[in-house]
Design a protein around this ligand. Structure first.
Ligand code: ATR
Length: 282
């Protein structure tokens, strides 16, 4: 059987289990086409028990891939199996982007980059604040916490239903990070310039709680990493209360940029047409 990966060009993948809902092939396919590049980006569904074999065929060159994206549940294993994980992945213990270079498998995590690039594009100047609030303490929260800390925001407050998980992040990410239970939210919001939701609050079939954003600082930006629906209950409420909002779709698009550049050698643009194309597919 003819294997499409033997055609000319470079070949990259997104692997996960399951992976059929991933929108990454649409994004990278759009860039390959609009930039006129030879190559492919395909879904590779890999069971957890087969993942080590998948990585060893990637490293040996047998698979024909030059790298790819990694999603749930393989991000931690991808980090552990990479030869050269970067400092960002080291601190997170998870990698979402892999590439072969000088015969070694390199790994990074681009979620934090995507988060910052989305805010920079949609709400430039957001980082003039010295106080940010992050709701949630899961995997997505970690990468965002790391990125906001590395951008230099002086105080970052992580608020979570399970306060112990927030405390783990505060312990891991250093003295600028503070942990709080949900009940502390109104107090913690006071004067903050950035509010980030990383939870599925209000979208798990239960009614969204009422959020009072009025303690936030003047000109504060409210963002959500959830992008289905594009306007989440938290974003709707923040907009109704007069705050600037940034939806999470841009984070998905921007986090794809560094991988594409590594694999195909061109830095792609996140443009309005790409955004419209992904929205049309939702
Ligand atoms: P992800 O990797 O996408 O961040 P996760 O690790 O499952 O996902 O984390 C989900 C986050 O949403 C957690 O912070 C979770 O709170 P707990 O740590 O207390 O579980 C939060 N979350 C999910 N549903 C929630 C709800 N109904 N109310 C409050 N927090 C919720």
């Amino acid at each position: 059987m003819h294997d499409s990966r033997e055609t000319i060009g470079r070949h990259a993948f997104v692997t996960g289990y399951p992976v059929k809902h991933s929108r990454s092939p649409l994004i990278h396919g759009y860039w390959l086409e609009t930039l006129g590049l030879q190559g492919s980006y395909t879904r590779q569904e890999v069971l957890p028990e087969d993942f080590a074999g998948f990585i060893s065929r990637l490293k040996s060159g047998e698979s024909g891939f030059i790298g790819g994206n990694v999603t749930i549940p393989h991000k931690e294993t991808a980090f552990a199996l990479a030869d050269r994980p970067d400092a960002l992945s080291e601190e997170l213990g998870a990698s979402n982007t892999l590439w072969l270079e000088d015969g070694r498998l390199h790994a990074t995590n681009t979620d934090g980059f995507g988060f910052l690039a989305n805010l920079d594009a949609a709400a430039s100047g957001w980082d003039r604040t010295d106080r940010a609030v992050i709701l949630g303490a899961g995997g997505a929260s970690r990468a965002i916490l790391q990125a906001v800390r590395d951008r230099g925001v002086a105080e970052i407050h992580v608020v979570n239903r399970t306060a112990a998980r927030a405390q783990e992040l505060a312990d891991r990410f250093g003295p600028s990070v503070h942990a709080h239970p949900m009940a502390a939210l109104p107090e913690v919001m006071k004067g903050a310039g950035l509010f980030v939701n990383t939870t599925s609050l209000g979208m798990d079939g239960e009614a969204a709680p009422d959020f009072d954003f009025s303690p936030l600082g003047e000109g504060a930006v409210v963002t959500d990493i959830v992008y289905v629906p594009l306007v989440t209950p938290i974003l709707r409420q923040a907009a109704e209360q007069g705050f600037a909002t940034v939806d999470g779709l841009g984070m998905l698009l921007h986090q794809a940029v560094p991988g594409f550049e590594k694999w195909f050698g061109v830095r792609p643009a996140v443009d309005a047409r790409l955004r419209r194309m992904i929205l049309a597919d939702m």
